[in-house]
Write a protein that binds this ligand. Sequence first.
Ligand code: NAD
Length: 493
Amino acid sequence: MTAVEPKPSAVRDTFDSLDPATDEVVGTYPVHTAEDVQAAVDRARQAAAWWAGLGFEGRAERLRRWNAVITHRMAELCAVVSRETGKPAGDAQLEVVLAVEHIHWAARNARKVLGRKRRPAGLLLSNHTASVEYQPLGVVGVIGPWNYPVYTPLGSITYALAAGNAVVFKPSEYTPGVGQWLADAFAEVAPEYPVLQVITGFGATGAALVGAGVDKIAFTGSTATGKKIMAAAAETLTPVVIEAGGKDPLIVDADADVDAAADAAVWGAFSNSGQTCIGVERVYVHEQVYDRFVDKVVELTRRVRPGEQYGPMTMPAQLDVVRRHIADALARGGRALTGGGVGDRFVEPTVLVDVPEDSAAVREETFGPTMTIAKVRDMDEAVDKANATAYGLGSTVFARRNATRLAQRLKAGMISINAPFSFAGTAALPFGGVGDSGFGRIHGPEGLREFARPKAVARQRFAVPLKLTTFDRTGKTDDLVRKLVTGLYGRRR
Ligand code: NAD
């Protein structure tokens, strides 16, 4: 049992999950109340104790079996993803494949990263041993978005589970079926306790989870919601991880492989209809290769087929945002080299040039299949412009000689060099942003530690005559300690 049981006597509100391409109802789910959410968190407490008791190996074994269920029934899961988000089957598969890779990595590495390790005890306590281990937090509340409804929430859920926590997951109201599918699959491999539960509903259900006494909230979604969650979590001093929006740049140096950069920009901007937190939204290109780059981008963009290579906008309200950004860019002197059209469901792949840097299309998250391209004198200007937003999630660099230096200078949590999005597919790398893109990390060792608390233990192995922490300490001991420390650390050079 993973879903929160509706109360039999109560008349329960429900909501429909729709296919964004047709508005066909693909599922109906309960709107869970604050009471339901509290009950789920209470149940999760017991589950957490059992799950933590399995230890690293026991949990790894269940996580591997979960992976086997997901991989064997991948087509079924992909169909749910496509129905709820509108994305093509191949893109749905790509996100599932990446998520599977992360489950495998987290299961395999949790002990190594979180298990007990010795630390040096230091000179004054050389008769001690010191160690640290990372223990589970207890119950983690995960609140997810709809754009990558498998990959994104599993970035938190997988790592929280591998670290020994139970999870109560509130999927987006646009993709409740995907959330339920994942939890049902997990229940097949851990039927004993509700270690991963799903609660469904809108913002109010998510807000109830934040206030339900969980030990941490892992939120992925918009910056505006992230701020509300953080404010609410402050009431109970509940720690939060915030994975929020982005306005990711791609920069192209004069010595870059221009064709490869253009291909990455086109895929990075338009795949998943541009509804990607780390999607390419802005491009800055060295003047020496600008014309060649723009020509190639336009050529490649003309081959992109909306409805085939990417789906409709999943969230109808986003169409207005995209429409406003394009209209503002054009009104302020920008030119659309391709596309520009925003229909009832689909947005044409849109390449914008000559857009002022202070316009909405350059400063705000568009979350649609658009990109702005700007010419820069040199890479200092590219870095300055790339860094001039409040966001700082991912970035892409196309360059040869200076690639690593450019990557170091970009204000972003993650950088991909000479390929799009590769950091997201590397399970060992931490994922997260700076500024308005949030804080905290999922994935990799940092992602495991995010869902665990360090416990420090110092153990005396044998008593020594030089006792420091007793009222019996003598002046002679104090003298000795002073001389010892001055001798060790007091040298001026
Ligand atoms: P959203 O902020 O509207 O909603 C995200 C989730 O928060 C949903 O489940 C929603 O029901 C819930 N929610 C809404 N109000 C709440 C409240 N007051 N308290 C608690 N929960 C509440 O975001 P979205 O439209 O679903 O997702 C798109 C956004 O997510 C984009 O900005 C995108 O960049 C971002 N995103 C970020 C990452 C990342 O890893 N940084 C990944 C994917 C998406």
